[in-house]
Every structure is written in structure tokens, then in C-alpha cells.
Design a protein around this ligand. Structure first.
Ligand SMILES: Cc1cc2nc3c(=O)[nH]c(=O)nc-3n(C[C@H](O)[C@H](O)[C@H](O)COP(=O)(O)OP(=O)(O)OC[C@H]3O[C@@H](n4cnc5c(N)ncnc54)[C@H](O)[C@@H]3O)c2cc1C
Length: 380
């Protein structure tokens, strides 16, 4: 596929990521999926290649580039393995970005260099047993005592929790105020009272690891609070909105991988003396898949360019995320269908894509939350 709309610099960057992914991720993706363990060395490799610094300015040790570069990176990584991309994405686009956007100079100096180099890995925790799509239901409490906060509560389904070196945690600092009473904290796993559960077993994203984190009267220095008290989560909504563009790109990458898989299988698979692409149904299905993915990529690029231009991008990001993730689910289902029984086998790529895709509609705000956001912009 030709990437219409990319500059020469963006095309070169895409090609370099693609070459690495084809060489180092694609051949291992099935093995990592089945092992259900994240290859942690990839953080240091991605750091050395400057990929963890994409979207962060050079003054803080980043590689520069903006949302478009970040979208290209996410789409290419996901072509190789959605689970690998998810771990890098949570570390970079959520945990590290929260510190960059909301942290003070001292916090940035402490956490950004090792995070951007991939020596330390972050996780991002807002979901709780009682708080999912509705963020206002977060109940983890951060009670102030002198120069410290005492955290108690639990975060669930937290990607990278099993090996994270720093955790960006949403907690209630002023009960009864909803989103306006929440703050963000950087918690370290060796602080007393922090416990990380065993990795959850999941339908897809096998190689990514997620677990529950509990806080039993964990004392966190006030210096570890990101931004002013009570306003942290409102400020973090910007980080989440940026994450939606990256999430849309992830869905495009996975859709492209599924399309490639279906194209390979259907052009090689002979029934009688003809490849199955001789059937109009097969050709039309592939053409529809390609068209939807291309539309999703253009919405994603449009949102990313709006971010980079410094304009308002909430609605464009929500549209890109909604359309790209629902497209991805559709395309992965069609790819599995076209790959027949061979695609249904445990070691085939098609079944892995099919299992991996659904979560993209749930994370970073479910499709319903994106629709609510879009309606807020278009409604009268
Ligand atoms: C693989 C994976 C990785 C994850 N990683 C992380 C992570 O790193 N950090 C983290 O904090 N969380 C993570 N999560 C959790 C994720 O944030 C939540 O799954 C997501 O917020 C949705 O919450 P929920 O699953 O509790 O769904 P629920 O809130 O129980 O929602 C269930 C359904 O009801 C719908 N619904 C709920 N409320 C409304 C409403 N007001 N209007 C319309 N529809 C509604 C939802 O759209 C959804 O379809 C991860 C989840 C998965 C599966």
C-alpha cells in the first residue's frame, strides 16, 4: 500500500521501523503470544533506536517529532505484534507522557531520562474493579498527611504492572468532587504497601502483561504528585486524548497486518486449479477491507496533523479512534474468515489478530465514550 500524505522524512522513518519490525518482531510474534510473557529487552532496544522519545522534545532527551510520527510508529509496531506495541504504547504515550505534560522540572529530570532510554518502564493506572468506562467512579483514595499522601485502593487490568519501575496512578484527593477531586501520582513498586498480583490470562494480546495493583496505606511523598492538587486528572484528559490518536494508529496497523495475511493466503490457496482470489466474493471482500483501512488511516493522519498544528483535536481524535478500532475488528474477522481452517489454528497469525483486535475498542475510552465525545462536538 502507498502511504499517501506522508513527507519524505515520515516515509523514511516508517521504512526504518518497518525493517526492524520485519526482522525482529514478526518472526517472534507467535512465540511471544503463546509464552504470555513480554520480552522486556524490547524497551531498551526501542529506547536505543529513539522510538520511546518520539513525540518528546530533544531538550528532555526525546527524539522530537509529533503525533504523526507517533502514529506511524504505532501502526508499524502493531503490524508486527499488537501486544508488543501495547506495552510500548502504555509506557510511552500514557505513563511517560503524563510525566512530561504534567510533571515539574524535578520530576521530569528524575523520570524522563531512564524512561525515554527504556531503562525504566512505566504503567498507567486508572481502571478499578468499580471504575471502567466511567472514570468518575475511581475510588482509590489519596489522603494527605503532612508532606505525604496515604494511598489505599486497587487498580485492575494494568498493562506492564508486573514489571513496571514507575506507576502513574489516578487517585481521589477530594471525595465527592468527581473528576475535579482527582490527582495523579508517580508511585514506585518498592514503596511499602504496594502489591502487584499475578498476570491475568486474557483472550488476546498474549505477550502483553497486565495485573492488579493494590495500595495498603502506601505513603507517597507530596513531591510525587503530578500537577496541582485535585486538577491532575482533568489535565490528564489531554494526554488521554493524544493517546486516542495513537490508539487509532494501532488499529490501522493491526488491520493492515490482517489484510496482508488474507492477501497472502487467498492468492496462494488453490481450489481446483485456481487461486481462491478468482472468486469475485474473495476479491471484493479484500477490496472492501483495504478501502476501510485506508479511510481509517486518513482519519488518523488528519487527527494527528491537527494535534501537530496545535489546534483543537478532541473530536477528530475520537472519530479516528472510533472508526479505526471498529474497522480493525471487522477486518480481522474477515481475514480469519478468508484464511479458513488454516487461519483458525493456534499458531496462525489470523487467529492472533482476531483475538488481539477487540480490546482496541475497549481501551482509551470505549466506542460509546468516543460517540459521546463526538456528539458533544456536533450536537446542538
Ligand atoms: C488488554 C487490556 C489492557 C488494559 N490496560 C489498562 C491499563 O494499562 N491501564 C488502565 O487503567 N486500564 C487498562 N485496561 C482497562 C480499560 O481501561 C477498561 O477495560 C476500560 O476502561 C473499560 O472499562 P471496563 O472494562 O470496566 O468496562 P465497563 O465500564 O464495565 O463497560 C462495559 C460496557 O458498558 C459500556 N458503558 C459503560 N458505561 C457507559 C456509558 N456511560 N455510556 C455508554 N456505554 C457505557 C462500555 O462502553 C462497555 O461496552 C485494560 C483493559 C484490557 C482488556
Amino acid at each position: 500500500m502507498i502511504d499517501i500524505g506522508l513527507t519524505d522524512e515520515e516515509t523514511q522513518f516508517r521504512d526504518s521501523v518497518r525493517a526492524f519490525v520485519d526482522r525482529s518482531v514478526v518472526p517472534n510474534a507467535t512465540r511471544w503470544d503463546i509464552a504470555e510473557r513480554y520480552p522486556r529487552e524490547l524497551f531498551a532496544q526501542a529506547g536505543a533506536l529513539g522510538w520511546l522519545g518520539v513525540g518528546f522534545p530533544e531538550e528532555v532527551g526525546g527524539s522530537g517529532g509529533g503525533s504523526v510520527m507517533s502514529a506511524i510508529l504505532n501502526a508499524e509496531l502493531t503490524r508486527g505484534s499488537a501486544a508488543i506495541a501495547l506495552g510500548l504504547y502504555v509506557h510511552s504515550t500514557l505513563a511517560t507522557a503524563a510525566i512530561y505534560h504534567l510533571g515539574c522540572a524535578e520530576q521530569k529530570a528524575r523520570y524522563l531520562p531512564p524512561a525515554l532510554a527504556g531503562r525504566k518502564v512505566g504503567c498507567w493506572g486508572y481502571a478499578e474493579p468499580g471504575a471502567g468506562a466511567d472514570i468518575s467512579r475511581v475510588r482509590t483514595r489519596a489522603r494527605r498527611e503532612g508532606s505525604e499522601y496515604v494511598l489505599s485502593g486497587a487498580k485492575i487490568y494494568i498493562t506492564n504492572a508486573t514489571f513496571a519501575d514507575f506507576m502513574v496512578i489516578v487517585a481521589v484527593t477530594e471525595p465527592g468532587q468527581g473528576l475535579k477531586g482527582m490527582s495523579l501520582f508517580v508511585v514506585e513498586p518498592d514503596m511499602p504497601g504496594v502489591a502487584v498480583g499475578a498476570p491475568f490470562r486474557k483472550l488476546g494480546m498474549g505477550a502483553s502483561e497486565m495485573a492488579e495493583i493494590t495500595f495498603a496505606d502506601t505513603r507517597v511523598p507530596q513531591d510525587n504528585r503530578l500537577g496541582p492538587e485535585h486538577t491532575g486528572f482533568i489535565a490528564a484528559l489531554k494526554v488521554l486524548s493524544l493517546g486516542r490518536v495513537a490508539s487509532a494508529a494501532t488499529a490501522v496497523g493491526l488491520g493492515r497486518a490482517a489484510l496482508e495475511e488474507a492477501l497472502c493466503y487467498t492468492s496462494a490457496r488453490m481450489q481446483g486449479d485456481k487461486p481462491i482470489t478468482d472468486h469475485q466474493f474473495v476479491r471484493f471482500t479484500l477490496a472492501d477491507m483495504a478501502t476501510r483501512i485506508e479511510a481509517a488511516w486518513r482519519l488518523t493522519l488528519h487527527a494527528a496533523r491537527q494535534v501537530d498544528a496545535g489546534g483543537e483535536f478532541d473530536c477528530a481524535a475520537a472519530m479516528a479512534k472510533l472508526f479505526a478500532t471498529e474497522t480493525c475488528t471487522h477486518v480481522c474477522e474477515r481475514a480469519l474468515h478468508l484464511c479458513g481452517a488454516q487461519g483458525y489454528m493456534r499458531e496462525s497469525n489470523a487467529q492472533r489478530f482476531y483475538r488481539d483486535c477487540k480490546v482496541l475498542e475497549l481501551g482509551e475510552g470505549t466506542s460509546e465514550i468516543q460517540r459521546e465525545t463526538i456528539f458533544r462536538h456536533i450536537g446542538r
